[in-house]
Design a binder for this molecule. Structure first.
Ligand code: SF4
Length: 721
C-alpha cells in the first residue's frame, strides 16, 4: 500500500462534465486517481479517461524547453529543432508579432485560444491579442464543435450556454437525446441520464441514426437518415400544433413570432417527414405527444446536431419545440448543448471568441469597449469582430493572415479537409504553438513554447453546465515548462515595451487574473477564489457575493427578451453520396480517446484502443467484401485513409463511422470545408465516400491482432470509487 505524499483535489482535463478528482501523488508522480463522493458534479464517479488517462503528464515526449525551428524556410518539411532559452524564444515571438502587426496591421495575425487552458489563461491570452496585437481574430474549437448550437441559441433566446444543471438530470420526467453518443462523449452525464430512466421512470426519446447505447434505455428511438434532423423536429412541431399540445400561456407571455411560425409548419406532416427521414410517421407523432405532454421535459444534444451545414437550423428547430411547449426556464427542463472539452465553455466565457469579450459582452458595443479600455491601460480596442477559426485558415491561404498563435489546439487535426489546412498554414510567415506536446500543427511551427499540463498549474475551469471550479497544481512543471498565464505575462510585457503601452501583464498568480476578469464581467462578479474553496463550484451568472449562482437559466426572461420562433426550411448543402462515392461518412469520438489523442494517445488508454476503425453495418460490409479486422481504404474527393473495418449494427445502412482521433487515419483527410453560412461550422457528419478492401499498410506486422471489439457491448463505462 502506497502512502501518498499529498492528495490534491482538481478537475478532470478531458470532457465538459468537469468531474472532481483527487490526484494521489508520490515522488511527484500521479499514481492513483479517485473521485470524492461528496463533490458535485460527479459524486464519486469517473469514466475511464479520468481514472486511467492522466499518465500523459509524465510522458517522455513532453516539451521541456522552448524550441526554435532551424528549417524555417519550409514549413511542410519535417521540422529540425534547436533548444532555446525562454529569453531568446519570447524575444523572437514578440519581435515577429510586432513586425507583422506594424507592417500589415493587427488583423494579419490570428490566434487559436484553447478549450484545454484555464479561464485565467484564456482571459490573458485574448487580452494580449486584442489590446497589444490590436485584432479580434481570436477563436477556438467551439467553432468546430458547437457553433451551430451557439448561433441558433443566440438567434432565438440570446444565450448559448447549457440552460440547466447536471444535478437536475436524475429527476427528469421526459428528455430527448439527439446527435449525442452521450455514453462515450460525456460518460458521467450519461450515467445520470440512465439513472433518470432506471430510478425515476423517466421517458427517453433518442433521435439518432446510430445504434448508440442510450437507445437501450429509450422509450422511443427515432432512427432518422443522416442529415434529416430538421424534418423530424419540424414534423414533431406540426403534430404539437395540430393536436393543440402547446403551452398557450408560455407562448403569449414569453415568446414572439408563433403565428407566423405555425403557418410555415402546415405542409410539414409526419408523413412528409417519413419520406425524407425514414422515420415512421407514427413514431414522430408518439415522440411529439410524449415530449409535449410532459410536465417537465429537457433536450440534450451534441455535435451530431451542430456539426452540419444546417447546424443552426437544427438548433432553431429544437428551440422552437421547447418554446412552444414551455419546456424551458424551470428545473428539469431546458435546452442543453453538451459541451465537449473540459473548458470549452470557459474559453468562450473568457473571451476566446471573435465578437465578444468575457461573458459574451460585444466588442462592437462602445460602452463595453470603454469598460475594457479603462481596465486595460487605456489602450484603444478594435471594434470590428474578428475572424472565425475556419476563416483564419482560409485567410492564411490568401495572405490576409500572416502570423498565427496556436494555444493548446491542433487545427491540422481538427480542421476539415486536412490537405487544404496544411496548404493554407504553409503560407504563414510566422507561427508559434504553445503546448505540452508537439502535435501535427506544432510540426509546422517556427517556435514551440512549452506549457504546463492541468496537473502542474492553478486556475479555474468552467464545465458544461456553467459551473466554475478550481484546477490545482499537484506536481512540479516538467523541465522548463511554464503555466500559460505566466508565459503571456512575460510575452505581454515584451510586446508592451516594443509598442510603448501598458495594458497590464503584471500578475503574480491566477487568482489576481481572476480578480481582474471578475471586475470587468458582471456575470462573474460574485465568484471569488475564496468562495470556490468553500463551495467547490458556482454556476454563473452570479452577480453578487450573496447570490447563490444560477443552476438553471431563464426563469423570468430570456437575454434577448422574448424567445423568438424561427421558420426553418428543410434542405441540405451537405455532400450527398452518389454513384462514385456511394457511402456517407460520419465522424466523432470514442470513449477511450479525446480530440486528436494528443493526451490519450500518450496514456495507458492507447493500449486499449490503439488505432482507428471504420464502423460498417453487416449489409454494407458484405457489399464491400470485408470482415471485422480486415483493412479498407476509405476515400473521398479530398483524400484517402487506410484503417480496419469493424462490422457492427451500430452503423445504419449506407453510413460508416470513423473516429477523428488518429493522425495515421485522419478522418479530416476526407471531410470537406463546406460550412454552415451563419455559424461557420464545418460539416463533419456528411461526407460522400467510397470503401474498398485493401491490404495492410507497410510496416504493420503480419499476424498483429488488433484488440477489436464492438463498443456496442460496453455497458455503464463509469466506475464509482
Ligand atoms: Fe473526465 Fe470522464 Fe468525468 Fe468527462 S466524464 S470529466 S472525461 S472523468
Amino acid at each position: 500500500m502506497i502512502t501518498p505524499d499529498q492528495t490534491v483535489r482538481t478537475t478532470c482535463p478531458y470532457c465538459g462534465v468537469g468531474c472532481q478528482m483527487n490526484l494521489h501523488i508520490k515522488d511527484n508522480f500521479i499514481y492513483r486517481v479517485s473521485a470524492p463522493f461528496d463533490a458535485a458534479p460527479n459524486y464519486g464517479m469517473l469514466c475511464v479517461k479520468g481514472r486511467f488517462g492522466t499518465d500523459y503528464v509524465r510522458h517522455p515526449g513532453r516539451v521541456k524547453t522552448p524550441l526554435i525551428r532551424v528549417n524555417r524556410e519550409d514549413r511542410t518539411a519535417p521540422p529540425v529543432w534547436r533548444e532555446a532559452t525562454w529569453e531568446e524564444a519570447l524575444e523572437l515571438v514578440a519581435s515577429e508579432f510586432v513586425r507583422i502587426r506594424n507592417t500589415y496591421g493587427g488583423d494579419a495575425i490570428a490566434a487559436y485560444a484553447s478549450a484545454k487552458a484555464t479561464n485565467e489563461d484564456n482571459y490573458l491570452y485574448q487580452k494580449l491579442i486584442r489590446a497589444l496585437i490590436g485584432t479580434n481574430n481570436v477563436d477556438h474549437c467551439a467553432r468546430l464543435c458547437h457553433a451551430g448550437s451557439v448561433t441558433g441559441l443566440q438567434l432565438s433566446i440570446g444565450s448559448s450556454a447549457m440552460s440547466n444543471s447536471i444535478a437536475e438530470m436524475e429527476n427528469l420526467d421526459v428528455f430527448i437525446v439527439t446527435g449525442s453518443n452521450t455514453t462515450e462523449t460525456h460518460p458521467v452525464i450519461a450515467n445520470f441520464l440512465k439513472r433518470a430512466v432506471r430510478k425515476n421512470g423517466a421517458k427517453l426519446i433518442v433521435i439518432d441514426p446510430r445504434h448508440i447505447e442510450m437507445t437501450d434505455f429509450s422509450t422511443l428511438w427515432l432512427r432518422q437518415n443522416p442529415g434529416t434532423d430538421v424534418a423530424v423536429f419540424q414534423a414533431m412541431a406540426h403534430v404539437i400544433v395540430k393536436e393543440g399540445l402547446y403551452d398557450p400561456d408560455f407562448i403569449a407571455g414569453r415568446t414572439e413570432g408563433f403565428e407566423d411560425y405555425i403557418e410555415s409548419l402546415e405542409e410539414l406532416t409526419p408523413e412528409w417527414a417519413e419520406t425524407v427521414s425514414g422515420v415512421p410517421a407514427e413514431k414522430i407523432r408518439e415522440a411529439a405527444r410524449i415530449y409535449a405532454s410532459a410536465k417537465k421535459a429537457a433536450i440534450y444534444w451534441g455535435m451530431g446536431i451542430s456539426q452540419s451545414t444546417h447546424g443552426t437550423d437544427n438548433t432553431l428547430s429544437l428551440v422552437n419545440l421547447a418554446l412552444m411547449c414551455g419546456h424551458v426556464g424551470k428545473a428539469g427542463t431546458g435546452l442543453n448543448p453538451l459541451r465537449g472539452q473540459n473548458n470549452v465553455q470557459g474559453c468562450s466565457d473568457s473571451g476566446g471568441l471573435p465578437g465578444v469579450f468575457t461573458a459574451y459582452q460585444r466588442v462592437d458595443d462602445p460602452d463595453i469597449r470603454a469598460r475594457f479600455e479603462s481596465v486595460w491601460g487605456g489602450v484603444p480596442l478594435n471594434a470590428t469582430p474578428g475572424l472565425t477559426a475556419t476563416e483564419m485558415v482560409d485567410m492564411a491561404e490568401i495572405g490576409k493572415v500572416r502570423g498565427m498563435f496556436v494555444l493548446g489546439e491542433n487545427p491540422m487535426m481538427s480542421e476539415p479537409n486536412q490537405n487544404h489546412a496544411r496548404h493554407a498554414l504553409s503560407h504563414l510567415e510566422f507561427m508559434v504553438c504553445q503546448d505540452i506536446f508537439i502535435n501535427e500543427t506544432g510540426e509546422m511551427a517556427d517556435v514551440i513554447l512549452p506549457a504546463t499540463s492541468f496537473a502542474e498549474k492553478d486556475g479555474t475551469f468552467t464545465n458544461t453546465d456553467r459551473r466554475v471550479q478550481r484546477c490545482r497544481a499537484a506536481v512540479p512543471p516538467v523541465g522548463d515548462s511554464r503555466p500559460d498565464w505566466e508565459i503571456f505575462c512575460d510575452l505581454g510585457r515584451r510586446i508592451e515595451t516594443r509598442l510603448g503601452v501598458r495594458a497590464g501583464f503584471e500578475f503574480s498568480d491566477p487568482a489576481e487574473i481572476w480578480e481582474e476578469m471578475r471586475r470587468v464581467t458582471p456575470d462573474f462578479w460574485g465568484i471569488t477564489y475564496d468562495r470556490l474553496e468553500r463551495e467547490g463550484g458556482v454556476h454563473w451568472p452570479c452577480p453578487s457575493f450573496d447570490h447563490p449562482g444560477t443552476p438553471y437559466l431563464f426563469a423570468e426572461e430570456f437575454p434577448r427578451g422574448r424567445g423568438k420562433f424561427w421558420e426553418v426550411t428543410f434542405g441540405t448543402n451537405s455532400e450527398q453520396p452518389d454513384a462514385e462515392y456511394p457511402f456517407n461518412l460520419t465522424t466523432g469520438r470514442v470513449l477511450y480517446h479525446w480530440s486528436g489523442s494528443t493526451m490519450t494517445g500518450r496514456s495507458a488508454l492507447e493500449e486499449i484502443f490503439p488505432e482507428a476503425v471504420c464502423e460498417i453495418c453487416p449489409e454494407d460490409a458484405e457489399k464491400v467484401g470485408v470482415a471485422s479486422g480486415e483493412w479498407v481504404q476509405v476515400s473521398s474527393r479530398r483524400g484517402a485513409i487506410k484503417l480496419r473495418a469493424l462490422v457492427t449494427g451500430r452503423s445504419p445502412k449506407g453510413t460508416v463511422f470513423v473516429p477523428f482521433h488518429f493522425a495515421e487515419a485522419a478522418a479530416n483527410a476526407l471531410t470537406l470545408d463546406r460550412i454552415d453560412k451563419r455559424a461557420k461550422i464545418p460539416d463533419y457528419k456528411n461526407t460522400a465516400i467510397k470503401i474498398e478492401k485493401t491490404t495492410a499498410p507497410e510496416g504493420i506486422e503480419a499476424g498483429y491482432e488488433m484488440p477489436l471489439f464492438d463498443r456496442g457491448a460496453i455497458k455503464d463505462p463509469v466506475q464509482v470509487h
